[in-house]
Design a protein around this ligand. Structure first.
Ligand code: FAD
Length: 440
């Protein structure tokens, strides 16, 4: 049966059942860090807000790696978007929908569940993994951008050890034990540290028949340091931590191919593994219809007010927005504070766009860099704080935990994460070692 996409503005509104309103309608695509911050900022303005997301929850992505490595459960780091909207404003609405296209001329967004007219549109659709066109790699590698991907990785890693128990051939067995992580940014480094702790503290007790001294964890990085976006101090310290823990860190090497069994590197090395995690590239998740000339590396070109170049009443914020300036000639880093601060600024500027304030009150975006950090494992983290302050070790790790804990939405989730961390710390265990999937 052919699917008919409704493009008539009247029936488009009916298809999403959003009530008519005298206030201008702001449609926000994406309930990530940028989207939910903007919703909060608009709460006291005379506007109708419709938040669209393909998931019905917000994900705290910085802790995805802990879900993938059984330290936390998926519910510990996700918050239902409806719960978040509940007390904001009666004229705020949520629809579970994947946005497929923007019809700029008609001011409509076309989704898999119908279309919707907007007065203002804010694209906050984040980023997606970038496999640079390598379809074989995309088919076979794991990535870590969402809860389903984190669960898939957790399932696969644990299932590999269950399968390993049944294998006698040494070479075949090694494929089920080895893990290769490509990309030594914060995601790669944090994953490598967490998997190494699993190898040391948890897996030998779960699988006494397997010899975990033979399990290899490889971290492959094309640049000449790990955590390339952080300071030399952080990079050197993180590398030392990882190597001391037993992770095989290979710098200035590039993955050439991966067929699901063997990772071939540019230097000719071949590593046998059924578990390769791709953390070496992300790109913006631009929505179709913003115009090819506006999109670079999947990111949508915006000016300093987050207005999409050449599109009236359309904005992009967060990872998907490409805002250039002298200090950021390739765009701002894809980080949660950038997304949140752009949403804060756009929220203020909406008072001008809807006519409550004068044009002169428009404020360009200015980023306040609060620093960056990464944890490598128990008592080990590196921190590049503002004003050139750098530190690591236990204090870094404590600072990392504190910042992440206060950033998670909701008291219940803070409590869940904190209690899981305490339990993991004192028992050296990980309580979420479940394989949860439909049996084939
Ligand atoms: C594993 C990992 C670790 C990270 N660690 C850190 C860290 O330690 N510190 C830090 O500052 N940053 C970290 N980041 C980056 C940070 O999470 C991002 O910068 C931030 O999430 C960007 O916010 P956003 O709102 O732009 O996008 P997102 O938070 O990605 O939100 C995008 C939203 O859009 C929705 N969406 C996408 N496409 C569609 C569509 N077509 N239709 C409907 N909805 C759609 C998605 O479901 C999602 O809810 C990490 C990211 C990852 C993946």
């Amino acid at each position: 049966m052919e699917t008919v996409i409704e493009r008539n503005p009247v029936s488009q509104q009916i298809s999403q059942h959003i009530p008519e309103s005298k206030d201008p309608r702001i449609v926000i695509i994406g309930g990530g860090f940028a989207g939910i911050e903007l919703v909060a900022r608009l709460a006291n303005l005379p506007v109708q807000v419709v938040l669209l997301d393909k998931h019905n929850f917000h994900t705290f992505q910085p802790l995805l790696y802990q879900v993938a490595t059984a330290g936390l459960g998926p519910g510990d780091i996700s918050s239902p978007l409806r719960e978040f909207l509940r007390n904001k404003n009666k004229n705020f609405h949520f629809r579970l929908a994947t946005v497929e296209h923007i019809d700029h001329a008609a001011k409509n967004v076309i989704t898999d569940t119908g279309s919707l007219h907007y007065d203002y549109l804010v694209i906050a659709s984040g980023a997606i993994p970038n496999y640079f066109g390598n379809e074989e790699l995309q088919r076979n590698a794991h990535s870590l951008k969402s809860i389903p991907e984190a669960l898939e990785l957790r399932n696969s890693m644990i299932e590999n050890f269950e399968k390993a128990l049944l294998i006698k051939d040494e070479e075949e067995l090694q494929k089920f034990m080895n893990v290769v992580i490509v990309g030594a940014g914060p995601t790669g480094v944090e994953l490598a540290g967490a998997i190494e702790e699993l190898r040391r503290n948890v897996l030998p007790k779960d699988y006494p028949e397997l010899d975990f001294s033979k399990m290899q964890i490889h971290l492959i990085e094309g640049q000449d340091q790990v955590l390339g976006a952080m300071s030399d101090f952080a990079g050197r310290k993180a590398k030392k931590y990882l190597e001391n823990m037993g992770v095989n860190v290979q710098l200035q090497d590039i993955l050439e191919s991966y067929d699901g069994e063997t990772a071939v590197l540019k230097n000719g090395d071949a590593i046998n593994t059924h578990c390769l995690i791709w953390a070496a590239g992300v790109k913006g998740n631009a929505i179709d219809g913003v115009g090819i000339s506006n999109v670079k590396g999947g990111r949508i070109a915006v000016n300093h007010f987050n207005e999409v170049t050449g599109m009236q009443d359309v904005f992009a914020i967060g990872d998907v927005a490409l805002m250039l300036d002298e200090d950021n000639p390739r765009g701002y880093p894809m980080l949660a504070p950038v997304a949140i601060q752009q949403a804060e600024n756009l929220g203020r500027n909406f008072e001008v766009f809807i006519g409550l304030k004068k044009d002169a009150d428009l404020k360009p975006f200015k980023y306040f860099d609060k620093g960056t950090m990464a944890t490598i494992g128990r008592n080990k983290a590196v921190v590049d704080a503002p004003f050139g302050i750098k530190f690591g070790g236990f204090f870094g790790w404590f600072a990392w935990m504190f910042i992440h804990l206060v950033s998670i939405i909701g008291f219940r989730r803070k409590l869940l994460v904190f209690s899981n961390w305490l339990w993991n710390y004192f028992t050296y265990n990980r309580g979420n070692r479940f394989i949860i999937k439909k049996k084939n």
